[in-house]
Design a protein around this ligand. Structure first.
Ligand code: ADP
Ligand code: ZN
Length: 435
């Protein structure tokens, strides 16, 4: 099976890839310097001129950009071409504050859709596939990105958008969808809804799913794979760099290949800004290499992960990133301990619960409190009160072993925690309300 969309680029030897990146970087830096006064000022403040950027090795000389810079320059301050050259805007989902707007020329749209096409083909997609896209359409990049990628592959595209689960299931069955694209939390919900309607995993025609836009654990992957009878692939991206497809998983499912001919990746220490060597855990930073309208140099994603250049059996040479554990600003500090919601998810699924949970953090008597609400799975629901209390104690013990802090676990009735059709909101930090 042909598993590449652009084989020459996806399997290019690393030295040649680096040369290509260097050539593109020199041009991209000049483009930004000449057309984005805001970034030119940052470069001047740092005392660096475009002449000093001769290749990838000079990247460290450039100043960083953060989401705050994008908010400050809202709405047009980062635009590097005349507005009349742009054909589209998209916007972040605003998970962590004011929305950011990204602009695209037709060239930028093509580049982005090609990245998504690579992801779909890596998941086994061909022109004979039926791709059901139930990421949101509109300002959110998920729907438009995968939609465009699916067109480029030549698959039949079902532009479902998110929500209306009844209709999703009807189309999935009637039109024999083979590849499902949505957030992992929505995939889990679709799996649960199919089961409720009496469908078994083998009753659908799905073979693969391409799930991203939010953090999800390996345990959640296994759950979704079992409930839908598919192979579940991760896809990553952010509006600022274009959207989903910045990186994607191949059949190895061991990290996501970053489309390095378009995006240069670095890992830095989030506190000091120091560039860290391959294999270190830190904040992911991206530099676009050939974007026209909204090129960003050294953009800090706040996503925490690890990069590896180890050879991959799929033949792709592009660097791989580990699943982001979450963003640095998703990390909770509870009684001085760093906690990622994904760690709690791992424990819940390992202990046999479904990924329906809510984490509440608060402060009482000058001490942080951690409450974890988890749904009982239907088979456990008939348990006696003492049975449930014993389960709560056991789960609290397992979480304590993972995190080192004691949570209060509350097992609640099935279907009482709200399901997500887009990005799931799992954490409520009530401490912020008191500040
Ligand atoms: P917002 O920042 O408002 O959520 P986006 O919709 O652009 O805006 O979301 C991009 C962010 O979503 C990324 O920075 C990352 O934190 C998260 N994300 C996207 N894909 C994944 C993934 N596969 N795994 C974990 N997190 C992801
Ligand atoms: Zn691979």
């Amino acid at each position: 099976m042909q598993r590449y969309y652009q084989k020459d680029i996806e399997t290019m030897p690393q030295e040649r890839l680096r040369e290509l990146q260097s050539q593109k970087l020199v041009k991209q830096v000049r483009h930004v310097y000449e057309h984005v006064p805001y970034y030119r000022d940052l470069m001047e403040k740092k005392g660096v001129t475009p002449d000093e950027i001769r290749g990838v090795d000079d990247l460290y000389k450039l100043p960083f950009l953060s989401k705050n810079d994008l908010r400050e320059t809202y709405p047009y301050g980062m635009l590097a071409v005349p507005l009349s050259d742009c054909v589209r805007i998209q916007s972040t989902s605003g998970t962590t504050g004011k929305r950011v707007i990204a602009y695209y020329t037709q060239h930028d749209i093509d580049l982005w859709e090609e990245c998504c096409a690579r992801a779909i083909m890596a998941a086994g997609g061909t022109r004979d596939d039926v791709v059901q896209v139930c990421y949101g359409y509109g300002l959110f990049t998920g729907g438009p990105g995968l939609n465009g990628g699916s067109h480029k592959v030549g698959s039949l595209t079902l532009p479902m958008s998110s929500g209306n689960t009844e209709r999703q299931i009807q189309f999935m069955m009637d039109l024999k969808a083979t590849i499902l694209c949505c957030t992992p939390s929505y995939a889990a919900y679709i799996g649960e809804s199919l089961k409720e309607r009496g469908y078994k995993p083998e009753d659908n025609c799905l073979k693969a799913g391409i799930f991203g836009a939010e953090p999800w654990t390996e345990e959640m992957r296994h759950d979704i794979e079992a409930s839908l009878g598919i192979k579940a692939y991760d896809i990553y991206g952010l509006t600022e760099t274009s959207g989903p497809g910045v990186s994607f998983e191949c059949e190895e499912q061991k990290g996501m290949h970053i489309n390095e001919d378009h995006f240069l990746a670095e890992i830095i220490d989030p506190d000091t800004g120091e560039v860290l060597p391959e294999g270190s855990r830190g904040e992911l930073v991206f530099t676009s290499l050939d974007k026209e309208a909204f090129p960003l140099l050294r953009y800090r994603t706040r996503d925490i992960c690890v990069l590896t250049r180890k050879k991959c059996s799929c033949g792709r040479t592009h660097v791989r990133m580990s699943k982001p554990m979450g963003r640095s600003d998703d990390m909770l500090i509870i009684r001085g301990v760093n906690v990622f919601p994904s760690q709690i998810e791992t424990v819940l699924l390992n202990e046999g619960y479904a990924p329906n949970y809510r984490i509440e953090v608060d402060r009482a008597n000058n001490s942080d409190t951690l409450d974890v609400y988890v749904e009982l799975v239907p088979e456990q629901f008939s348990d006696t009160v003492s049975g449930v209390t014993a389960r709560e104690k056991a789960l609290a013990g397992a979480i304590k072993t993972m995190l080192g802090i004691n949570p209060a676990v509350h097992l609640v009735a099935p279907k009482t925690i709200e399901r997500s059709e887009g990005k799931a909101v799992r954490v409520i930090d009530k401490r912020k309300l008191h500040d």
